[in-house]
Ligand binder design. Structure first.
Ligand SMILES: Nc1ncnc2c1ncn2[C@@H]1O[C@H](COP(=O)(O)OP(=O)(O)OP(=O)(O)O)[C@@H](O)[C@H]1O
Length: 312
């Protein structure tokens, strides 16, 4: 990762000093920290500009026969064994799977944060070789720069991403719009320490969405929140992704969250050697609401099938 690719989202708690030397951070260093880290990162490849979102049918993001092993030759079993998926423009795809099956590992590979032992990832048909701003990633926990306000955190990300060709005033408007979108318009001048965990996570989402990346990767983005906050944020995430038709890949344990947000759900089998076990189209019409889909007769049937897939 080159210094110009560094954004505040690339920083982990360990790196959060008042004057971060971002030049020392590498994708590998970030990948090592991402399990516990609260980072939101913008990552990607050498592919086309963010505005080129492709056609509805054509996959924007494609994982081809991805295998990942961590143990070298001493440990022959793989975490992921030839996992393939295609994500068309505008699709919200969710990957579910038992704990330890390799969901986060798959997301890191898609993000270019971890190089697979086999297979390749393509973004707009170009190999993903490392992080850039065309793939944004939101992890379970938020990392905001504590010395900047909520608005300052979003602005810093925009500036670190090169300003997106926008004037200072336009960047400010963009930051404010995205804070509004997550219902934080009145809190833009607050510092992270003055915000609740759910509000901080919303700033993280606003920051990631403001970067206007081609693909959004969400790794249990709401996993650390209490049930009520989680439900509120699920609805905000639903609104954001529906309005923008944002191409998204999310991993989650929560089948209700998956059913609310996704167009399609893939189930990873129990590891080691996890593979895509099953695929489910989510038929509920959009725009959706949690209430409407939970009253749909197909909801309970699909929910049961997903829970069964998690148990296998
Ligand atoms: N850097 C690493 N070095 C060695 N093993 C790793 C590394 N990262 C992940 N693993 C192993 O890979 C497997 C899959 O981990 P991963 O975090 O991708 O699973 P997961 O499905 O996301 O789990 P959970 O649902 O519990 O978050 C686990 O056995 C884990 O111990």
């Amino acid at each position: 990762m080159t210094p110009q690719h560094m954004t505040p989202q690339h920083m982990t708690p360990q790196h959060m000093t008042p004057q971060p030397d971002t030049s020392e951070l590498t994708a590998e260093a970030l990948a090592e920290h991402t399990d516990e880290s609260t980072a939101t990162v913008a990552t990607g490849s050498t592919a086309s500009p963010a505005t080129n979102r492709g056609s509805r049918d054509q996959p924007i993001l494609s994982a081809q026969e991805i295998s990942v092993g961590f143990g070298g030759s001493e440990q022959p079993s793989l975490v992921l064994d030839r996992v393939s998926l295609d994500v068309p423009a505008g699709e919200f795809l969710t990957v579910i799977g038992p704990s330890g099956s390799g969901k986060s590992t798959l997301l890191k590979v898609l993000a270019g944060l971890h190089q697979p032992s086999g297979g390749r990832v393509l973004l707009h048909d170009a190999p993903v070789t490392g992080p850039s701003r065309q793939i944004a990633v939101v992890f379970q926990q938020h990392v905001l720069l504590p010395w900047l306000t909520a608005r300052g955190n979003v602005l810093f990300a925009l500036e670190a991403a090169g300003g997106l060709g926008l004037s200072r005033g336009q960047r400010r408007r963009l930051a404010d719009e995205h804070l509004e979108a997550v219902h934080l318009g009145r809190h833009g001048q607050k510092f992270p320490a003055e915000l609740s965990g759910g509000m901080q996570q919303r700033v993280g989402l606003a920051r990631a969405f403001a970067l206007d990346s081609d693909v959004m990767l969400l790794d249990e983005p709401l996993g650390a929140l209490d049930a009520l906050t989680r439900r509120t944020l699920q609805e905000q995430l639903l609104e954001l992704t529906e309005r923008r038709r944002q191409t998204t890949v999310m991993v989650t344990h929560d089948v209700d969250e998956a059913l609310l947000l996704s167009d399609r759900i893939l189930a990873l089998s129990q590891g080691p050697n996890a593979r895509i076990e099953d695929g489910f189209d989510v038929p509920f019409p959009r725009p959706r609401s949690a209430e409407a889909i939970e009253n749909d007769p197909e909801y309970l049937v699909l929910r049961r099938r997903l829970l069964d897939a998690l148990r296998t």
